[in-house]
Ligand binder design. Structure first.
Ligand code: SAH
Ligand code: SF4
Ligand code: F3S
Length: 467
């Protein structure tokens, strides 16, 4: 099969361009405004930047104020129950927008409605929603909006598990110095707790040249921090007959001239190869930071999670990364309270956390997701036990984070200035290559620039320094 089968055809994109033009003609001189509410991970953030790009191309202006919006999209997440509850409550409040102005167009997209039962729920209980699609039909927003503006039938798209990649969708980026670049979509791993493979379909890689061109353009436009996105970036290229690999891609990107950082989000330990680790250590562009989701430190739990690595393999990757990259910063994701997790299993997780010495971790309490294998596993853990383990894990990590941050005092580090701090006008926030927050004061606005900061103080979650 030709790899072009993975892409939305030129004809289909041209058809959407027609709809874009029709919408533009229809709303001309009306000064309509569009708003998108984003929940979920960086992948959704990246998708929302494309949604805004499409809004703009249709002649809407983008607003941050949902109260005055004529077109509203909710880009949802389904990773945990909490995320879905929030999505439903956000969608719920737009009922009033429609009641106030019946011409308001409302769409729901993202991971939540990619599940049949949620799409049905939106159809039957949220009558004011005009169109609903999953993550594979974003490029068709012009068609859906045109239909809604013409009071056509409500649209509910059943997504395929092999959605196609749409190249050339316009994008409006949030930041002028930090950017997301998706290098692949979907996931093949079916970790037993996770909904992502069901809602984002199978792995599809973008062509290496398309990725490189996008990164080069961003660097030329002055972007300083570029995150390559994928549910498991380590398997990049495997659907393109195994070549190019993520290591090939990183080696090529490292040849681009300029002062910038490349981050990866996310790497699966089972596919972390020596070639990848070497590509990172050889390059001065790829950040000395590795986000390596652990999920659990117990071999039996890892097996039931279908993660395809054990404690020993995980620690060997960490060791190789540490040996080849001095001062590398590790971060991770951990789930507590997976079905059947015993106190012993949990202690194995604490043990790894202490041994790796992550700079920070993201801890989650297991949330059963309908349709996944872990949903119906025996021995579900009571909520109070999950909560207690969650708190204990964070206590252990907080001490490590604090010690690691304190060890930075006196050192001079390169940071990217992100902007003024929320609470104080004279204080700026910045981030290190390892994603640590550094506050400092400055009379000059250095937002978007790399500068060197000497660290003078540290606490658990942040560093403080001077220029
Ligand atoms: N593709 C990424 C993760 C995407 S989801 C990866 O493999 O690393 C982000 C994190 O959410 C996961 O790493 C996991 O720790 C957490 N997560 C996923 N499903 C969950 C669930 N059902 N309950 C609790 N946490 C979950
Ligand atoms: Fe979910 Fe596992 Fe895929 Fe990550 S690798 S998205 S945790 S199934
Ligand atoms: Fe959520 Fe979908 Fe991301 S489920 S975490 S928005 S891939």
């Amino acid at each position: 099969m030709s790899e072009d089968m993975n892409f939305v055809t030129v004809q289909e994109m041209a058809q959407q361009a027609e709809y874009t033009k029709k919408v533009r003609d229809m709303i001309k001189d009306k000064q309509l405004k569009a708003f998108v509410y984003t929940l979920g991970c960086q992948q959704n953030e990246a998708d929302s930047e494309r949604i805004r790009g499409i809004f703009l191309s249709m002649g809407y202006t983008v607003t941050d104020d949902e109260e005055i919006a004529d077109l509203i999209m909710v880009n949802t997440c389904a990773i945990r129950e909490h995320a879905e509850k929030r999505a439903l409550s956000v969608i719920g409040r737009y009922k009033h927008n429609k009641a106030r102005n019946p011409d308001t167009v409302i769409g729901v997209c993202g991971c939540m409605p990619a599940q049949g039962h949620r799409s049905e729920q939106l159809k039957h209980s949220y009558h004011y929603v005009d169109f609903v699609f999953g993550t594979g039909s974003l490029h068709k927003i012009p068609e859906y909006v045109y239909n809604a503006l013409n009071k056509g039938k409500r649209i509910f798209v059943a997504e395929s598990d092999k959605p196609k990649i749409a190249e050339g969708v316009p994008v409006v980026r949030e930041s002028s110095f930090k950017a997301w670049v998706s290098i692949m979509y979907g996931c093949n791993n079916f970790c037993t707790y996770c909904i992502v493979p069901y809602v984002r379909g199978r792995e599809r890689s973008r062509k290496m040249q398309d990725v490189i061109n996008e990164v080069r353009t961003l660097v030329n436009e002055g972007y300083k921090d570029i995150t390559l996105l994928g549910q498991n970036v380590n398997s990049y290229g495997k659907d393109l007959d195994g070549s190019p690999t993520i290591a090939d891609l990183l080696n090529e990107i490292s040849k681009i001239e300029g002062d910038f950082w490349i981050h990866l989000m996310t790497s699966h330990p089972k596919d972390a190869s020596s070639a990848l680790i070497d590509a990172i250590s050889k390059s001065d562009k790829i950040a000395n930071h590795f986000h390596l989701p652990l999920q659990s430190g117990s071999d039996t739990v890892l097996k039931r999670m279908n993660r395809h690595y054990d404690k020993e393999k995980y620690l060997s990757i960490v060791k190789e990364l540490k040996e080849k990259n001095e001062g590398i910063v590790f971060t991770t994701d951990i789930i507590v309270g997976f079905p059947g997790e015993s106190e012993r299993d949990f202690e194995d997780t604490l043990d790894i956390v202490k041994r790796v010495e992550y700079d920070s971790i993201y801890t989650f309490q297991f949330s059963p997701r309908k349709g996944t294998a872990a949903y119906s596993m025996d021995d579900q853990i009571p909520e109070d036990v999950k909560k207690e383990r969650f708190e204990r894990l964070n206590e252990v990590q907080n001490e490590i984070s604090k010690a690691k941050n304190e060890a930075m005092i006196g050192k001079t580090v390169k940071v990217l200035v992100e902007g003024k701090s929320k609470n104080n006008d004279k204080i700026y926030s910045s981030r290190t290559e390892g994603n640590k927050i550094v506050h400092f004061s400055s009379d000059k606005d250095l937002t978007g620039q790399f500068i060197n900061i000497k660290i003078i103080r540290a606490d658990t979650f942040a560093l403080y320094g001077e220029i």
